[in-house]
Each structure stands twice: as structure tokens, then as C-alpha cells.
Ligand binder design. Structure first.
Ligand SMILES: Nc1nc2c(c(=O)[nH]1)N[C@H]1C(S)=C(S)[C@@H](COP(=O)(O)OP(=O)(O)OC[C@H]3O[C@@H](n4cnc5c(=O)[nH]c(N)nc54)[C@H](O)[C@@H]3O)O[C@H]1N2
Ligand SMILES: Nc1nc2c(c(=O)[nH]1)N[C@H]1C(S)=C(S)[C@@H](COP(=O)(O)OP(=O)(O)OC[C@H]3O[C@@H](n4cnc5c(=O)[nH]c(N)nc54)[C@H](O)[C@@H]3O)O[C@H]1N2
Ligand SMILES: [Mo]
Length: 760
């Protein structure tokens, strides 16, 4: 990035293009001295290759030559790094010293190579054998009440691993299975399940070929799911209108230069304009914005009916398939445009223009991400999306659908195969029969509840299957303090992160294979599987040599701990399952026969095999048996009042990170370089607050709960945000998020509108 663009407002180049290619090569040069790296990237997201470890966007049946994006490549190369975090390397530093390092520098130590145990006497990690680790963990788990243990999953582990992990938890005796999705799309799982009867989206890839409009809320495609830009670009070229609601003008949703197109790369052809209309809604303003859209749609319906006796709405669908339309209609009529404009920050004219796109489109897809789910009234955000779609029968018809854009590459699939704290979502009777035991039937802990019970001291043991729990959750200071009071902490990981430095009294760090590495077991090299955002299941085959000969696969680690913990059970054959993951897939098929029929035969179906979706077939597995309209109780999703000096803080991902993994310090598409310690603010608001560009300030939480939470060292940086909104980066800002600040229904932490004040 040019010197003059440092820390400034907006990057002018398109998403994709040479910038993304340079992003890839820079990481590659830094991280990998292996010649095979490019071959590895060629295999990414292809049949017979491995499925990207980055986002969950679907993998098409006819992939591009390079079916990966800048950030998928970075994620792969991050795993392929030549650096090694051996016990010798780690042993050079006390854990208390490592705690002062930045996230980026911790992971830069490289791939973990040996199982290790924390030695409190020397405040350092020491190597141990796998057997010692398993026996030590088993001993601790046997000594406590199973209900006081928490087994966390980050969304990267395969279906096979996830299935074994949930089975272990239930055989041991709890449903405490929080997942990264509890901080992410749990709002989706709860809201869509209640309103349309399925916990996942209803669109499939071919719908993108048949839609006329796409409404896009709170998702940053250019950074977080760049491969999705291809179908979006193709849609735009077909004349599809994309309407985007986002407080930030995200580059990837404005223009896209296709790295697969030589003409676009050489600037012979103009890059594609993605959004037809771009509405910079205020953080938390989407309920109001959609209320405005619906107001216009209902007015258009009245007008068309009066003038031509024709409908805008799909009245047959409303009649046959939905419940609660009249109540919504009455509610919307009662909300004034002034209130809508004030809360959404958008003008009536703009909202009417956007609504008119919806009125005119035969088929519409709505896509959304964290901007909607991570809000105190996130459930109501999604209920408004469902309301909008139902008006014109835009669910369960070709070219339509509700399409949440998922995060981690297998986060949706883990829930499909039983990682859930909610017993009603898991076929416990089938598990009981298959494995001859009495599974726990009480509700387990989700992420926020697990945090509450860690704070209260009721949780004694934590096993993390990947992820960086302590760094990803809200209420950092208290959580880190409480963490050290746990009796046992076990982290299964590829690279060192902050959660590995805040240890319980007994702590193990267990290194595993990454998805690109050959997983050799007794029956030969193994395949693993994942489910993408569009409910398609793919086999993933690795080709690389493991980063260390001491690594075990995730299934082998889970089985190792389980065997050391549980009494023998003839129906539970950990060794046989680990020897051949095909047998685990047989178990998944037996547990979920409708979704996973002939699982092993269908592993390599091009484009994955679709596991089906009742709402797509207009079968509504809801309480009423119909798709449900909802009258929202709030006009703001933020969950707190505006007040002088109080801002809505959005915690953002940069283009150079994957969640808590910080690749570098370049948020290229937003033009922010060299630092993450920024406070983004509109120039007018900088002036109004009496601040100056470049001034270093702090933020403190303004939640009125008497708890002091503050982060300092943030450079005021002008950025075009809506009124009353400021932004900075996740995970640094998690210290400001109160644990109680979460979606009311699903308990997803509300990280996209946190009440803060500026401290000078
Ligand atoms: N490269 C890369 N890829 C990733 C990840 C990563 O960190 N790096 N993370 C993965 C994971 S786990 C997930 S969950 C996804 C996350 O992907 P996203 O869902 O895109 O999540 P965020 O990056 O948090 O950004 C959310 C977007 O919402 C906007 N926004 C904030 N508040 C509001 C609001 O109130 N209303 C609206 N309409 N918009 C709002 C922000 O400006 C931002 O553009 O990406 C996945 N893919
Ligand atoms: N303020 C704020 N907080 C947020 C969010 C936000 O937008 N704002 N987003 C939330 C969201 S959407 C999510 S999903 C969570 C993310 O929370 P997590 O999923 O817990 O965190 P990650 O950063 O994805 O985890 C990274 C670590 O996973 C390990 N890892 C990587 N690959 C593998 C593997 O193949 N196997 C194993 N076993 N380990 C591996 C590495 O050690 C790496 O350090 O954070 C949430 N927290
Ligand atoms: Mo996520």
C-alpha cells in the first residue's frame, strides 16, 4: 500500500484483482518454503482435493481453475508454514511472558509439534507423551461430576470428529457442547427453526441462477467469503439487482475484479459493479429499515390492487402457508416514517427505491451475516427478513430463499451431527439404541452460559476442540481471571493462541493434523467430510506430509481421551472407528438416515450431496405447521437507547485475519494499513466530539451495569460511518463486550452494536 494511503479512508481498487493475488504471494513468501504449496492450492475445493479451511461458502460442481480466494489461500498457507512451535521453542518463554505477546506473534511461532503439559512450577510448557496426556485427562475427568465439564468445538473440525466428540460428551454424561456458532449464527439456528422450521438457509447454488434480486444484510463478502463473489458477479451480469444494507461501504460489495478473468485483471474490461443500491444503515438499524421496506411493499400492493386488481403479494402463499400476516400488517401501518428514518439512518426515498426492487423482482434471495445475528434483538432482525421473504412467497420456490452466510468451514455440519447443547435437536433415542447407554436429557450449556458458569466456579473442566475460546468470548478481563480457577483445561490445536496461555491447574496442549495433511490410519489414508453454507456435504482428501511426526488426527485425539475416561462398552469401538473413518460415517448414517443415506457412496458427488431442507419443500416444521410472521417488539436491534456521547461500536474483521488468527496488519479493502489499533469514526463526528484525526483515545463500555471495561491506545481514523456508529477490530475489542449483551433468544453475543463512550 502506498505511503499516503496509510491509515486513511477508502481503498480505491476493486476487490479481487492484483491486490488479492499480491496478498496471497506475500503470505506465501513469508510462510512457506515448500515447493508443493501451489499444487496444494490448486487442489483446494476440488473433487479429490481438500475443502478449504477458511469459509463455508459452497464448492461448485464445476470449479474454477483455482477455486480459492485470497483469504482461503492465506488460511491454507498459514497451516503449511515452515515454522515449528516445538517444546524447545516454547520452552524458551515463560507463559506469563507469552501472555504479553500479540495474537499474530503467538501464531507466528508456527505449527505445534508435540503434545505438551503445562508445568506450573516453571510457568512453561513441557513435552509429554500422548499416553501420559490421555491418562492424565481421563483421571481428571473421572474425578469430577460430568455436568461440570464443558466440551467446546470451533467450526473447523470434520463431521467425523464432531460426531465422535458429541458421542464422547454424552457417553461421559453431559450436553455441555457449546460451539463457535453460539457466537455466530446461533441466532439463525433459533430464529429460522422457530419461524420456518429449519435451522439453516433454504437456498441452493442453482437459486442464484434464477433469482432477479438479492438483498444483502450485514455480511462482508469481499473479505469473509470471497468465492461467493463469483456467483454474485454472474448474477449481476444477468441483470440481477443487488441491494446492500451495511453501515460500511465494503469494497467487495461495490466492485469486483475477477482474478479468474485475464481481461479484467489486465484492465481491458471494467470490473463488475456489484450493488445496484448501497444503503449505509446504522448499526442495529435493520429492523427499522425492513419495516420501511414492508411499508412500501404493502402500499404498492394496495395501489396495484385498486388500479389493476392484481397483487404484489403472493396471496395464495400467504393464505396456504403462513400465519400472522394481518398482525404484521397492522403493526407496520402503525410505525411512522420519522421513526424509521431516525433509527435506520436511511431516507424514506432510498428505502422506497429499495423496496421497489423487491416489488418488481419475481424471485428474491436474502443473504445476511454477523451484522444481523450479533445484535441484542438479532432474533427480530431475522424475523424481519423472514417477514419480508414470506410476503411474496420467496421461500421454497426456485430462485428464492433465505441464505445465511456461514462462518467456519464446517460449523453448520457440526450442528447437523449432534454438537448441540439442546437435547431436542439430537436423536438421543437412536444414540441410546446404537450404543447401549442412557444419554443425558437435560439442556446443556451454550457459550454464554458456559462463560457464566466458569465465572461462578461451577464449571471445572474445559476441552477445546480447536478455536480460541477465551479470546473469542465477551467479558475478557473477568473471563481470563476466572479461567485460571478451572481444574482442567485441554486445548486441541494447530497453532499457539492466547487461550493456551491462560491455563487451569492441570493443562494440556494437544497438537493435531490440519485438513491439508495426510491422515494415515490402520486402513490407509483417511477422508473427512464437511457441510457447506448451502447444506451440501463434501469429502476432503489431504495430500501434504504432516507438520510433525508426533501429530495425531482430531478423531484419534478425541478417541484417545474418551477411551481413557470411559468404562469399556462393547458397542463403542474407538479403535475400529479411528482405524477407518468410513465406519464413523456409517454411524452418522445410522443416526441420521434421512440426511446421510449412502453417505460413503456419495462422498465425492461433484458439488457435494444435498442433505435436503423441509422449508425448501414448503413443509413447515414449526409449532403452527406454517411459516410464521412475527411482529417485532422493537424498532432498534441495538438493545439500548441513544444518548449524547454514547456510540454504537461495531467490532469488525479485517481482510487480514481469520477470526482470532491475525495474518497481518493490512485491511486492504478498507484502506487501513499497519495497525489494528484504530477507532473508525465519521469525520463530522470526530469534529463534533472535539477530537482530531490521529489522536489516541480509549473506549469504555456504557452499559450502566457498574462494571468498568476500557480499552486504550486507539488512533482516531476518519471513516465514512453512519451517525452514532464507531468501529474497531475484533478480537481486541472483546474486552468491552458485556457477557450479558447478547441476543435475547439465542444468546449470541451482540458484538455489532456495543454501547461505548470515548475516553480522552
Ligand atoms: N477471511 C476471513 N473469512 C472469514 C472469517 C474471517 O475472520 N476472515 N470469519 C469466518 C466466520 S467464523 C464468520 S462468522 C464469517 C463472518 O463474516 P461476516 O458475516 O461478514 O462478519 P463480519 O466480518 O463480522 O462483518 C459483518 C458485516 O456487517 C456489517 N454490519 C455491522 N453492523 C451491522 C448492522 O447493524 N446492520 C447491517 N446491515 N450490517 C452491519 C459490517 O460493516 C460488516 O461488513 O466469515 C467467515 N469467513
Ligand atoms: N467481538 C466479537 N467477538 C466475536 C466475533 C465478532 O465478530 N466480534 N465473532 C464470533 C464468531 S462469528 C466466531 S465463529 C468466534 C470464533 O471463535 P473460535 O472458533 O473459537 O476462534 P478461531 O479464531 O476461529 O480459532 C483459531 C484457532 O483454532 C485453532 N485451529 C485452527 N485450525 C485448526 C484445526 O484444524 N484443528 C484444531 N483443533 N484447531 C485448529 C488454532 O489454534 C487457532 O489459533 O468468535 C466470535 N467472537
Ligand atoms: Mo463465525
Amino acid at each position: 500500500m502506498d505511503e499516503e494511503k496509510k491509515g486513511t479512508v477508502h481503498y480505491k481498487g476493486a476487490e479481487g484483482g492484483w491486490g488479492s493475488v499480491r496478498g496471497i504471494t506475500e503470505t506465501w513468501m513469508r510462510e512457506v518454503d515448500r515447493p508443493g504449496a501451489l499444487r496444494t492450492l490448486e487442489r483446494q475445493n476440488k473433487p479429490g482435493g481438500f475443502m478449504c479451511v477458511s469459509c463455508a461458502w459452497t464448492k461448485p460442481a464445476h470449479p474454477h481453475a483455482f477455486e480459492f480466494c485470497e483469504n482461503g489461500a492465506k488460511a491454507t498457507l498459514w497451516d503449511l508454514t515452515s515454522r515449528r512451535c516445538t517444546p524447545q521453542v516454547l520452552g524458551r518463554h515463560r507463559v506469563s511472558e507469552l501472555k504479553t505477546w500479540r495474537d499474530h506473534d503467538l501464531e507466528q511461532l508456527g505449527r505445534l509439534t508435540h503434545p505438551m503439559r503445562y508445568d506450573a512450577a516453571t510457568d512453561s510448557y513441557v513435552a509429554c507423551s500422548w499416553q501420559e496426556a490421555f491418562e492424565g485427562i481421563g483421571r481428571e475427568l473421572r474425578a469430577i461430576d460430568p455436568g461440570s465439564a464443558v466440551f467446546y468445538t470451533s467450526g473447523r473440525a470434520s463431521l467425523e470428529t464432531a460426531y465422535l466428540f458429541q458421542l464422547f460428551a454424552r457417553l461421559y454424561g453431559h450436553n455441555n457442547l457449546p460451539d463457535s456458532s453460539n457466537m455466530c449464527h446461533e441466532t439463525t439456528s433459533v430464529a429460522l427453526k422457530k419461524l420456518i422450521g429449519v435451522p439453516v438457509g433454504t437456498s441452493v447454488l442453482s437459486d442464484f441462477h434464477h433469482c432477479d434480486a438479492i438483498f444483502f444484510f450485514g455480511q462482508n463478502t469481499g473479505t469473509n467469503s470471497p468465492r461467493m463473489l463469483h456467483p454474485l458477479k454472474e448474477a449481476v451480469e444477468r441483470g440481477v439487482k443487488i441491494v446492500t444494507f451495511n453501515p460500511i461501504r465494503e469494497r467487495g460489495l461495490e466492485v469486483f475484479r475477477d482474478p479468474q478473468s485475464p481481461a479484467e485483471m489486465l484492465h481491458l474490461k471494467k470490473p463488475t459493479l456489484i450493488s445496484h443500491q448501497y444503503l449505509q444503515v446504522r448499526a442495529g438499524g435493520d429492523i427499522a429499515a425492513i419495516t420501511g421496506l414492508i411499508k412500501h411493499i404493502l402500499a404498492a400492493e394496495e395501489k396495484l390492487w385498486a388500479e389493476e386488481q392484481r397483487h404484489v403479494l403472493d396471496v395464495d402463499f400467504l393464505e396456504q402457508h403462513t400465519e400472522g400476516f394481518e398482525a404484521l400488517k397492522a403493526h407496520v401501518a402503525g410505525v411512522g416514517w420519522d421513526a424509521i428514518e431516525a433509527e435506520s439512518g436511511l431516507s424514506r426515498a432510498d428505502l422506497e427505491a429499495a423496496a421497489q426492487v423487491y416489488v418488481e423482482a419475481k424471485n428474491t434471495i436474502v443473504m445476511y451475516g454477523m451484522g444481523l445475528t450479533q445484535q441484542v434483538h438479532g432474533f427480530e432482525n431475522l424475523a424481519m427478513i423472514v417477514n419480508l421473504l414470506l410476503l411474496k412467497g420467496n421461500i421454497g420456490r426456485e430462485g428464492t430463499g433465505c441464505s445465511p452466510v456461514r462462518g467456519h468451514s464446517n460449523v453448520q455440519g457440526q450442528r447437523t451431527v449432534g454438537i448441540s447443547e439442546k437435547p431436542e435437536l439430537v436423536p438421543l433415542d437412536t444414540l441410546a439404541e446404537l450404543f447401549g447407554f442412557d444419554p443425558p436429557r437435560d439442556k446443556g450449556l451454550n457459550t454464554v452460559e458456559a462463560c457464566e458458569k466458569i465465572l461462578s466456579g461451577e464449571v471445572k473442566a474445559f476441552i477445546g476442540l480447536g478455536g480460541n475460546f477465551v479470546r473469542a468470548v465477551p467479558e475478557r478481563e473477568k473471563m481470563e481471571a476466572a479461567w485460571t480457577r478451572l481444574r482442567l483445561t485441554v486445548q486441541i490445536a494447530t497453532k499457539l493462541n492466547r487461550s493456551h496461555l491462560i491455563n487451569g491447574q492441570v493443562a494440556y496442549l494437544l497438537p493435531c493434523l490440519s485438513r491439508t495433511e495426510v491422515d494415515e490410519q490402520a486402513s490407509g489414508p483417511q477422508t473427512v467430510t464437511m457441510e457447506d453454507s448451502l447444506s451440501c456435504i463434501h469429502g476432503s482428501v489431504a495430500h501434504n506430509k504432516p507438520a510433525s511426526e508426533h501429530l495425531l488426527s482430531e478423531p484419534a485425539i478425541v478417541a484417545g481421551i474418551a477411551k481413557a475416561t470411559l468404562p469399556p462398552n462393547p458397542k463403542v469401538q474407538w479403535d475400529e472407528w479411528v482405524a477407518d473413518y468410513g465406519r464413523v460415517r456409517d454411524l452418522i448414517e445410522q443416526t441420521y438416515p434421512d440426511e446421510f443415506a449412502q453417505f460413503n457412496e456419495r462422498l465425492f458427488t461433484p458439488g457435494g450431496f444435498y442433505r435436503g431442507n423441509a422449508a425448501r419443500d414448503r413443509v413447515w416444521k414449526t409449532e403452527s405447521g406454517k411459516a410464521e410472521f412475527t411482529v417485532p417488539d422493537h424498532l432498534s436491534a441495538a438493545g439500548f437507547e441513544d444518548a449524547p456521547g454514547r456510540y454504537r461500536l461495531m467490532t469488525l474483521r479485517s481482510n487480514d485475519q481469520f477470526n482470532t488468527t491475525i495474518y497481518g496488519y493490512s485491511d486492504r479493502l478498507r484502506g487501513i494499513e499497519g495497525t489494528r489499533d484504530v477507532l473508525l469514526m465519521h469525520p463530522d463526528e470526530i469534529a463534533a466530539a472535539g477530537l482530531k484525526e490521529g489522536q489516541v483515545v480509549g473506549l469504555k463500555t456504557d452499559a450502566g451495569d457498574g462494571i468498568h471495561r476500557e480499552v486504550g491506545g486507539l488512533t482516531v481514523t476518519p471513516f465514512l460511518l453512519p451517525r452514532g456508529c464507531v468501529a474497531s477490530y475484533y478480537p481486541e475489542m472483546n474486552a468491552l463486550v458485556p457477557l450479558s449483551h447478547h441476543d435475547q433468544e439465542s444468546k449470541t453475543p451482540a458484538a455489532k452494536a456495543v454501547p461505548v463512550r470515548i475516553v480522552t
